[in-house]
Design a protein around this ligand. Structure first.
Ligand code: C5P
Length: 267
């Protein structure tokens, strides 16, 4: 080095505004902004999207909740979003057959899932959604294109950052067809009716066994035969029959499949 020349200044250890604390605080904000910038892009995520489809009473909710808990993923109960919409249709006394009225209602409604709660126009309606009446209305309105066009993008936005377990009727076939891991959970109609009844009883709703069986048969028919997003086994899905299997056994099968795909977890 020539006498008189100074070595180039070393980069300052502290550029103003980048103290370690500020950087540490700025990172999550940057990350959030980056994720918000492309809400529909599901490719740039670190963690997986897992879908669980299947008919009513197959045990999807319980398995999905437990799987999400074990993986440290968010749970996206897609049926709850449709039920939230049905709740509003009923509250607003809109005839689901009146297309124009329904479209007006869809235009003013906001539905969101926050920490497991269903918010309809900002109001928490979670406790009012699991009645047979709302179930039937949901099944009816979810056959309509305008309704699915409203709800599907909400589900995609919720799943866009990855680290999510979606459960419903078309999560692996329509909502997230590029999900890393897909399951289709099924069970015999008898077992499904017993589970459904237990679920309703646990929520304080007493329904006769035959009524539950009839409700399941009706909803199966409606969900499988509808033209839009019918209940199907999604391409590439692992089919699990939950008849005679405990939740723990089902979740174990799922965790093995998730591990086989090398998906990362938060826990
Ligand atoms: O899963 P859950 O019983 O809450 O769903 C209620 C109804 O919502 C289903 O019977 C189905 O008609 C509709 N649904 C749907 N697509 C989904 C989830 C639910 O059409 N992804």
């Amino acid at each position: 080095m020539n006498a008189g020349t100074r070595p180039p200044p070393r980069p300052s250890a502290r550029v103003p505004g980048t103290s370690p604390r500020r950087v540490a605080r700025a990172k999550p904000a940057l990350e959030r902004r980056r994720r918000r910038a492309k809400p529909d892009v599901v490719k740039e995520r670190r963690e997986a999207v897992i879908t669980i489809d299947g008919p009513a009473g197959a045990g999807k909710s319980t398995a999905a909740r437990e799987l999400a808990r074990r993986l440290g993923y968010r749970l996206i109960d897609t049926g709850a979003l449709y039920r939230g919409l049905a709740w509003r249709v009923r509250e607003a006394k809109v005839d689901p057959g009146d297309e124009a009225a329904l479209e007006r209602l869809l235009a003013e409604i906001t539905i969101d899932l926050q920490d497991g709660a269903v918010l309809v126009n900002g109001r928490d309606v979670t406790g009012e959604l699991r009645t047979p009446e709302i179930g039937e209305l949901t099944s009816r309105i979810s056959t309509l294109a305008a309704v699915r066009e409203k709800v599907t993008p909400i589900q995609r936005r919720l799943a866009a950052t990855g680290g999510a377990v979606l459960e419903g009727r078309d999560t692996g076939s329509v909502v997230c067809p590029d999900a890393e891991v897909k399951f289709y959970l099924d069970a015999s109609p008898e077992v499904r009716a017993v589970r459904r009844r237990r679920e309703l009883e646990a929520r304080g709703t007493h329904v006769e066994a035959e009524e539950v069986r009839a409700e399941i048969r009706r909803r199966d028919r409606q969900d499988m035969k509808r033209g839009l997003a019918p209940l199907v086994v999604p391409e590439g899905a692992v089919v699990i029959d939950s008849t005679g299997r405990s939740v723990e056994q089902i979740v174990q099968v799922m965790l093995e499949e998730v591990a086989r795909h090398g998906c990362c977890t938060r826990s």
